[in-house]
Design a protein around this ligand. Structure first.
Ligand code: ADP
Ligand code: MG
Length: 707
């Protein structure tokens, strides 16, 4: 090793510059024991730090086996420290979080060594500390620490051993033992010892260089030494992840209260962000499909709506009387709508025509409306299990496939021409009580077969006034919709099949007709397939079908509550948008602050690790690795609570629209957001803090950690 015109001046802020080395030049052999003597403050430690790659210099250069320090990359410097040097610090610089054994093993680990036990034991034997592996560094005396520091330096059999006052804290005898050990080691390597003890130097040294005020004043054996050029050994420092995480976590746990506080606040912020993202990524189509599932809906009605041009409907509606906007109204659904719906769901779609029909008097064997009502009431009170209806609400176009799907039972046949109809069993029940009157003749009816083949005329009513009558329609069949059994005055039977399409309206009493009968369609009954993608397609079709003034709309028992709830979902979205930004910044600052503070707390340790040969990567493993663990823990905890956030968001909506179906469900996006935020904040917090020290010399980082 050749040292050429080396100069170093310390320039500390607010203090006059101190020139620690002045134009120092000499050569060092590859083997032997060289002592550097000088009074305190003469620059010995500075020179040793520069030679071992811990400190920068201002002028001159050092050439080690053909490699110039001035041309070293960051990686070269790390390689040089890790593979060529063993350093015994004047102040020991042990890592207090680790045990004696771990401190020594660390040096080996940094060289990629896995089995360290035997070599650690041998190193401890060499310095007379056998069996002390498990002891804590903080419990050792100064002399013992000194010996651990020596063991750590020699355990990796470095090419050069640098020792800064290795006997300073030792008694005479131990000091002598240590120097004999170093002397022994110097047979195979260069041992460079800084000391102020001239007696020891003269006993053990092969050569003594004396320093005074930063300049060499004497050299017992100056030799112009030529080294054969040789590339630096390429053993990159590799710290096992487990060791790195252990060190890192140790650091984080040093301030448990601050850690818990930061963790909880970040967790709460992330919880809020989770809710916000759930609301922000709310999707009406998905929510509607979920609601269809939750309600076990087998059918849905599809209407075509038209919007009023100015947002207000014509007079006469409740909304217009209240002066409220009345944006839209239902109009006829078209045959092409029916085709599109059928193509989308692949299951039967049936059009319905709603109109007020009545069979009062003309079709029944009664003399007055009053008699009709009295007899039905008497029948209901004697057998409340049966259900009676004599005023059908409209027509349903039905075919074999739909009949099958609805699970209705047919007696007779389905209507095949526009002169034919099938009746629901609740209408048959009315005929059973009242009898049938056809062309002036009365027929008793006791079962479905009795009425099949007879004709009735359907009457249109407005209030109680008959406004028109159809030609006779032949009854071809009776369809049991399930509403005639066990009605028991409750609405239980309405809740299945066709009876439950829209809350408040019952469709159990429609007349059944064939294709081509209906003059127009009020809405379509769509039978829902079981699979989610098809249901989603259907809801999407309705949601995206708007063409200017007209659009399709699904109608189910929950529809109007659903639409109300969506307005509150939009409110929540807006509310969260700004608060979420605040919480996002808060969580970020909190985490970055905590993590970078815990890195700054550990500067001394980071410097020592650099000094031992760890590169930036290993330190990133330690500090960023443990920070990411915090991020991951935050993410996992937040994820575990995600269903709770979602139900909180749903509870918010339910507080305004209690009957609404649950709008929000657990989706991918809040997880992704919380993951990204937790990891980005912890990563940036540690990485940015570490970048600040990347270009600094290890000795400088250690000093910063001490001050
Ligand atoms: P020695 O090891 O021989 O006692 P040092 O190399 O530690 O001497 O110090 C040499 C000179 O440089 C001293 O005057 C000391 O005060 C000064 N010095 C050492 N380190 C620093 C520093 N980080 N900042 C400013 N001055 C320093
Ligand atoms: Mg010193």
């Amino acid at each position: 090793m050749k040292i050429e015109n080396l100069s170093k001046t310390y320039r500390a802020k607010g203090a006059p510059p101190v020139q620690a080395l002045r134009n120092v030049s000499f050569s060092l052999p590859e083997k032997g024991m060289v002592f550097l003597l000088g009074r305190s403050g003469s620059g010995k430690s500075t020179l040793l730090h520069i030679l071992s790659g811990l400190e920068n210099f201002d002028e001159g250069d050092i050439i080690y086996r053909g490699s110039r320090f001035s041309a070293f990359s960051e990686r070269d410097r790390d390689k040089y420290r890790n593979n060529c040097c063993g350093i015994i610090f004047q102040d020991y610089s042990l890592i207090t979080e680790l045990t004696v054994g771990e401190n020594i093993a660390l040096a080996l680990r940094l060289q990629g060594e896995r089995d360290t036990d035997a070599r650690v034991r041998r190193a401890l034997d060499q310095v007379g500390l056998s069996g002390c592996e498990k002891r804590r560094v903080t419990q050792l005396s100064g002399g013992q620490k000194q010996r651990v520091a020596i063991a750590r330096a020699l355990v990796k059999s470095p090419r050069i051993l640098f020792a800064d006052e290795p006997t300073g804290a030792l008694d005479e005898q131990t000091g002598r033992d240590i120097l004999m050990l170093l002397k022994e080691l110097s047979k195979e390597r260069l041992v460079f010892v800084v000391s102020h003890d001239r007696a020891f130097a003269e006993t053990f040294g092969d050569r003594i260089i004396e320093l005074s005020d930063g300049s060499i004043v004497s050299d017992s054996a100056p030799a112009a030494h030529e080294e054969a050029p040789e590339p630096l050994p390429d053993l990159p420092a590799r710290l096992p992840l487990a060791t790195a995480l252990k060190l890192g976590c140790n650091n984080l746990l040093r301030h448990p209260v601050r850690l818990v506080f930061t963790f909880l606040l970040s967790f709460l912020s992330l919880a809020f962000i989770g809710i916000s993202v759930t609301a922000a990524t709310f999707n009406e189509v998905d929510a509607y499909v979920n609601a269809l599932y939750d309600q076990n809906a087998e059918l849905t009605a599809v209407y075509r709506y038209e919007t009023y041009e100015n947002g207000y409907g014509p007079g006469g509606t409740i909304d217009s009387m209240l002066g409220l906007p009345d944006p839209d109204h239902p109009i006829s659904i078209t045959t092409s709508d029916i085709g599109r719906l059928e193509a989308t769901v692949g299951t039967p779609v049936a059009p319905v025509f709603v109109t007020d029909l009545s069979s009062i008097q003309t079709n029944f064997s009664v003399s007055s409306a009053q008699e009709l009502v009295n007899r039905i009431n008497a029948a209901v009170s004697s057998d409340p299990d049966d259900h009676y209806d004599f005023t059908p609400n409209g027509y349903l176009q039905i075919d074999e496939e739909l009949l099958q799907f609805l699970g209705y039972r047919l007696t007779g046949t389905l209507p095949a021409t526009t002169d034919e109809i099938a009746i629901p069993d609740c209408l048959l029940n009315a005929f059973k009580v009242l009898g049938l009157r056809e062309n002036g003749t009365d027929y008793p009816i006791s079962c479905a077969e009795d009425i099949i083949g007879h004709t009735i005329r359907l009457e249109f009513v407005l209030g109680n006034v008959i406004t028109g009558q159809t030609q006779p329609r032949t009854i071809t069949g009776v369809i049991d919709t399930g509403c005639g059994i066990s009605c028991k005055g409750s609405h239980a039977v309405y809740q299945g099949g066709l009876n439950s399409i829209i809350g408040g309206e019952h469709y159990h009493d429609l007349l059944f007709v064939c294709e081509g009968y209906l003059p127009e369609y009020s809405y379509a009954v769509v039978t829902l397939p079981d699979d989610r993608p098809t249901r989603t397609e259907l809801v999407k079709l309705a949601a995206n079908s708007s063409d200017g003034q007209e659009f399709l709309r699904l109608s189910n028992s929950f529809s109007s509550d659903f639409r109300d709830a969506c307005m509150y979902a939009a409110l929540l979205q807006n509310l969260c948008l700004y608060l979420c930004a605040v919480f996002l910044i808060f969580a970020f600052l909190l985490l970055i602050n905590f993590i970078s503070a815990s890195v700054h707390d550990k500067l001394q340790q980071m410097g020592i690790l650099y000094a031992l040969g760890a590169g930036f990567r290993e330190n990133v493993k330690i500090y960023t690795g443990s920070a990411l663990l915090i991020g991951a823990a935050l993410f996992l905890l937040s994820s575990a609570f995600m269903p709770l956030y979602v139900s909180l968001a749903n509870a918010f909506i339910a507080s305004y629209v209690p009957a609404a179906p649950a709008l929000f469900s657990v989706t991918f996006w809040p997880f992704a957001a919380v993951f990204a935020i937790a990891l980005a904040a912890t990563f940036l917090g540690s990485f940015l803090a570490m970048l600040r020290y990347r270009r600094r010399a290890p000795a400088e980082i250690i000093r910063m950690g001490q001050s």
